[in-house]
Design a protein around this ligand. Sequence first.
Ligand code: FES
Ligand SMILES: [Fe+2]
Length: 508
Amino acid sequence: MRRPPRNRAELRAEIARRNPIRRVPQPPEEQIRSTWRQAAVPRIERMLARAVAQDAGGWHVAAASTDVVAGRSTVRTILGREIALWRGADGSALAGPGACPHMGALLENCHTDDGDVLCRWHGLRLPSEWPGEWLTYPAHDDGVLFWVRLPTDGEMPSAAPVLPARAPLDEALVTVYTREARCETSDVIANRLDPWHGAWFHPYAFSHLVVDEDASDDDCLVTDVTFRLNHTYGVPVRAAFTCADSRTITMTIIDGEGVGSTVETHATCVQPASVEQPARSVIHEATIAHSERPGFRAARAFAPLIRPLVLRTQGQLWVDDLEYAERRYELRSGFARDGSRDGGRRRGGVGDMSLPASGDPYQYLLLMGGCLLITLPLELVLRARVYSRPRRLLAALLPVVVLFSVWDIVGIVRDHWTYSPRFTSGWDVPLTPMPIEELVFFVVIPICGLLTYGAVGFCLRLLAAWRSSGSARSALARVDSEGRAGEGRHVAADGSSARGDHRPSREV
Ligand code: FES
Ligand SMILES: [Fe+2]
């Protein structure tokens, strides 16, 4: 039994021992050391190759254990096959084809009885009533996940899945997060084999992330990392990443708060890639949290309240990590994240830069050119008189261009916004970081506005003259002559040579 602290230093040390939360202010991004050198592509690929070479024995995670309830079947797609999952009378895991052998009904949400699934269309009891052969698949429930063994290329069927070491489930807090991904299972594993992205890509969740190279090898990555609670406080831990089979990667806390806790990421192939369709996988991520602290046992009583918070954090991380994994697949396969083929625009493996489609870099400039072309009739037909008065146009544009350019440059320098390298030409305004497209925008759009304004004014003047004269032809002649007179006055006022009609006229 520990003796009570005898002085303030001992008391402080005891509080620190009991409290896993540390004051670890989050460093600003500019002070975080880049990790791209450590995250060497050949190293990650080498670790991935070793991981996927492991034989998973044909076992695939089909669902969370809680997804398969007694009395009802459910269907999942694995390796492109529909697989029905249900439970026997003793709660054991059972699996079979997802289509009824009678007329093909989907065996989803069917009633089950004494180890049989009762098809919803005509009540066929499977497997016991089907006179032919309706082969079931071996299934296994490990208390967290529901596994199915399927014939799988390159794998020797084994008696049971290889499970990572886990804390006793009756002393742990367990959650399973599930999400579908448009990539291959190896992309999910590769994401986890790159812990170096953690502090950069998920700064809200991780900081002070360092891979201990001395303790790591190609089969195990040992990482010191702080799980962030907020900008000031965090929980430092030491974690190891290992792969139990070709489709599983496990993070185990080996030092710090929650030693023995694991996060198992299992990737299951839903649909292999075809010529038209990208590969699809599903991620089952099981968090098995454990702690020796007396408070943890009490916290387990509030598991229904805590689980949604854990799932929310996992979900937030997987938004980013899915982007990573799917992008990795996109670069390799040519399938974009929305499932479309991008015409082979992307080639090669990770590290290749995407090549812009022809015309992409000039798209913005072409759009601006289109704006000028579309509004040209306003000058030529509707007498907007914008281009015909270049000095006035320049006087109108100059303040706008200067003001917005300064604002834009400040925004670029302060990193408030960036520009797509794909859709811009790459030309900057000389001596500034501002893309030429921005300058063109600040010139073209006000011109279009002025043309519209001038054209509307012309139409209103024409309408007023038409009403007073009763003749369209004389109304047009009158508005034209007024316009020329006004132009002459303005040119004279600008100091240039007077042109046009100087007869006094009323400005409309
Ligand atoms: S389709 Fe299943 S019993 Fe008829
Ligand atoms: Fe990540």
